[in-house]
Design a protein around this ligand. Sequence first.
Ligand code: ACO
Length: 435
Amino acid sequence: MDNKGKAVLSYGDGKTLEMPVYGGTIGPDVIDIRALYGKTGMFTYDPGFLSTASCASKITYIDGDAGVLLYRGYPIEQLATHCDFLEVCYLLLNGELPNAEQKKSFDWTVARHTMVHEQLARLFQGFRRDSHPMAVMVGVVGALSAFYHDSLDIANPSHREISAFRLIAKLPTIVAMAYKYSIGQPFMYPKNNLDYSSNFMRMMFGVPAEEYEVNPVLVRALDRILILHADHEQNASTSTVRLAGSSGANPFACIASGIACLWGPAHGGANEAALQMLLDLQKEGGVEKVSEFVKKVKDKNSGVKLMGFGHRVYKNYDPRAKLMQETCREVLDELGLHNDPLFKLAMALEKVALEDEYFVSRKLYPNVDFYSGIVQRALGIPVSMFTCIFSLARTVGWIAQWNEMISDPEQKIGRPRQLYNGAVKRDVPPMATRG
Ligand code: ACO
């Protein structure tokens, strides 16, 4: 961190406090307020962390105004074009892209961890068949810590490394099992001569009775979805993973907490909501009804939001949305669905919204979820599985961030403070006198 001088706070009766200002390599400077409470007796108030950097990180950089996303300094557009998902995993975890030999060794190690303990497979029988697959994911990923006791010492870097491999390798197997369980088909064991995304597609859509044929265009689309969702700096689920990890919780428990947070409709559930919105609009009349729908979105009393639009950080076009739109076109072409009405509807909705003063003035642009639902649907992934795919992709980001936190000498247990505005101290009245 570069020392960039001091910020001075005036408070009380002419008192002042000098606080150091630090600069990163790019992005806004930060004011170090750690001494604030000790010196002034005051906290800062920042619900939703709109102005608070909770950590220093070298992993991902976002410039929301410019629509820039970098993993370890590399633009997402280049990574999504030139790399596969496991290369991106290596990059996020290790800080550099692998050379050919490192890639071969990394891919080999991931492939050797794809199976899950047979007992874990039985855990699925305890869930109702109609459970939401994310409910199953939270439970099963949390349960991994009951199966892999040999790698739970978080102070030991080799334990952290093996847990990282286990999580990256087993998540596709677990996601596919959650899907197979929900439709009553047998689980498919992984096939390690396939690449990561082909293996996942086979475990999702293959059946033991038939050979599964890999379609490279569809596999590449899935791989791109995984790359685009692999990390996104200190978002809600990543912050959840860091907070859970700050207490010393084991990595499987921390990732399960991230999955639970991701499930929310304002976060990972948004692609499900965006696709549902398009399907509903399609039913109500499609492109013809776009203007009417946009009018409803702008009416605050309607409670209707344009799902897949707007982002806490991006106040410009989400760079991932552009790539996802491109992938959407490729997949629909491959499947002979050039005239897919949902894609046409999404493009029409986007066009109207991007020209409308309401969206322009609030800097609301499509986010990655606007098109990812259409792509996943075309790949044959049911809506209820969308957030599971997101959690599979984000697992590597969560692990990289968790690992960075554990190795950070400045790391402390996360413990936000509050502005208390409840009742002041009072005595418990006898029952008979209570109103
Ligand atoms: N549709 C209509 N209006 C919107 C939308 C939207 N999708 N998003 C924001 N607005 C409006 C708000 O009503 C608010 O208007 P106001 O200033 O008149 O009150 C203004 O834009 C600012 O919105 P905030 O909610 O303050 O923005 P914030 O940064 O807190 O929220 C969020 C971001 C939660 C993503 C929001 O844009 C949203 O709910 N979008 C739809 C859900 C979605 O697509 N989520 C995916 C996020 S990406 C991801 O998790 C991978």
